[in-house]
Design a binder for this molecule. Structure first.
Ligand SMILES: [Fe+2]
Length: 468
């Protein structure tokens, strides 16, 4: 990678007044020149599109049009919505170009105008028209990218809005994969199994020392508004589970009457348990002898050492109380994932600032399941905490809110309208999250009853006085 001129370096640093206090935070741990940023954008957009095609070409048109769950859009809606957002932000806003389709089409794909449950009744583009549309948008976007300077306008600074669109498509990739998981019918997806766990036992918990750390970022060029700005947070010493809670751990909770013992449950969670009959993670079934699960159309034994998945916040919270622990707060989770105790700086990922690789984390739908706990030695944090990135999203105890100094950008509907106590924050990404939409600062949020998402958790507990 060639070194940039000072001006090119400034491309990434224009809003960065606290860079040196924070440590380096650039894409892939290096400063890229404009051509390199554009190469990266093309790569990220292409990878997103390949995945979109895998997820939508696997099914017949009738299955793309059908709504597989009230919680999800028909896949054909996701397909054209991906292209519509790309057209609105890149071709029309950045490029000033005319609409490709009649403008009445835009409102069909506006997520805020039509709840998911209503989308099947809309006069949506059919699968063939959707594919043609998103292909046309993409061809024009690649042409636009070549002509667009990535400086001089905030929206395009450092390639931000192109990166935002790549992240958007990958976020829909994860949503579409969740739709595949909810779908009934023969399996249509396949992928190699994840790596095995390394031999040797890991300690159950790791002590994270107390003290300040830098949470959030003001310098990552593609960070979204809710990750900003960087700010100092004081975190008391605490113990964090070395790995996510496993299926075997969770079966112990069930066997110990976890779903029958009210004191372990948040009152609202207990009410929800009774209303819907919660008795095990979503997609689990008991055959009278063993627990089985349905995973992308296949029924299989539950792997004991895989992180538990498809649990809601209330289940995670109840498990933690049963275990004599609690869920980590969002600052605790991020400190564990980013804080380097040697330098005092915050990294992009537990292993440093370099991009995720298959040796570091289970991301990008490379595998269709989480990896066993302990499978990613190369992804451990300096303190020796494993699998914070990838595998399963991890519920935290925190409500979703803006950091001090938050400013909505580039639109309120990305995150600000969701701030409030009704949403809980999840961190770290899952096997279904792509690396472009996963980093130590990345924040996800959902209702505490949701479990069709690829959600798991790990537990924390306070350190005793004098422990850290
Ligand atoms: Fe969207």
């Amino acid at each position: 990678m060639s070194k940039p001129t000072p001006n090119e370096a400034a491309l990434w640093d224009s809003t960065d007044t606290d860079r040196h206090a924070l440590g380096p935070e650039e894409l892939d741990g290096g400063i890229l020149d404009e051509d390199q940023i554009k190469e990266r954008i093309v790569d990220d957009l292409s990878r997103a599109r390949t995945r979109t095609q895998v997820l939508t070409q696997a099914l017949r048109d009738s299955e793309l049009i059908r709504q597989h769950s009230q919680l999800m859009s028909p896949l054909v809606w996701d397909l054209a919505h991906i292209g519509n957002q790309e057209e609105l932000w890149l071709l029309r806003d950045v490029g000033g170009r005319e609409p490709i389709l009649p403008e009445t089409v835009d409102q069909l794909y506006d997520a805020f105008q039509h709840p998911r449950a209503d989308r099947p009744a809309l006069p949506l583009l059919d699968p063939a028209s959707s594919r043609k549309y998103i292909g046309e948008v993409r061809t024009k976007v690649i042409d636009l990218l070549e002509r667009t300077p990535l400086h001089g306008r905030r929206l395009t600074e450092g390639g931000f809005v192109f990166g935002m669109i790549a992240q958007h498509e990958q976020q829909h990739g994860e949503t579409m994969l969740a739709t595949h998981q909810l779908r009934e019918g023969e399996p249509v997806l396949s992928a190699p199994p994840p790596p095995l766990a390394a031999s040797g036992r890991l300690p159950a918990e790791v002590l994270v020392p107390g003290g300040p750390f830098t949470m959030g970022t003001s310098v990552h060029p593609w960070a979204l508004d809710n990750e900003r700005p960087a700010h100092q947070v004081m975190v008391d010493a605490f113990w964090l589970d070395t790995v996510p809670v496993s299926n075997a751990d969770y079966q112990d909770f069930i066997a110990d009457g976890g779903y029958q013992h009210r004191p372990w449950w948040d009152p609202a969670g207990w009410q929800h348990l009774q209303n819907v009959g919660l008795a095990a993670p979503l997609f689990w079934q008991h055959n009278g002898r063993d627990w089985l699960r349905r995973r992308f159309g296949r029924v299989e034994p539950i792997p004991a050492d895989e992180p538990v998945m498809h649990v809601c916040w209330y289940e995670a919270d109840a498990y933690a109380r049963w275990a004599g622990k609690r869920l980590p707060t969002e600052p605790e989770w991020e400190k564990a994932a980013r804080h380097d105790p040697v330098t005092g700086s915050s990294r992009q990922y537990p292993w440093g600032d370099a991009d995720p690789t298959p040796e570091r984390a289970n991301l990008g739908q490379d595998h269709l399941q989480p990896a066993p706990v302990g499978a990613y030695q190369g992804g451990a944090s300096p303190l020796g905490i494993h699998q914070l990135i990838g595998d399963v999203w991890e519920w935290t105890s925190s409500d979703f809110s803006g950091y001090p100094g938050f400013a909505a950008w580039p639109y309120r509907e990305y995150s600000e309208v969701f701030f409030g106590p009704e949403y809980k924050v999840l961190r770290g990404g899952s096997f279904a999250a792509d690396r472009v939409a996963c980093r130590g600062t990345f924040r996800n949020w959902d209702y505490p009853i949701r479990r069709q998402i690829f959600s798991g958790f790990r537990c924390a507990r306070d350190a005793a006085p004098g422990e850290g």
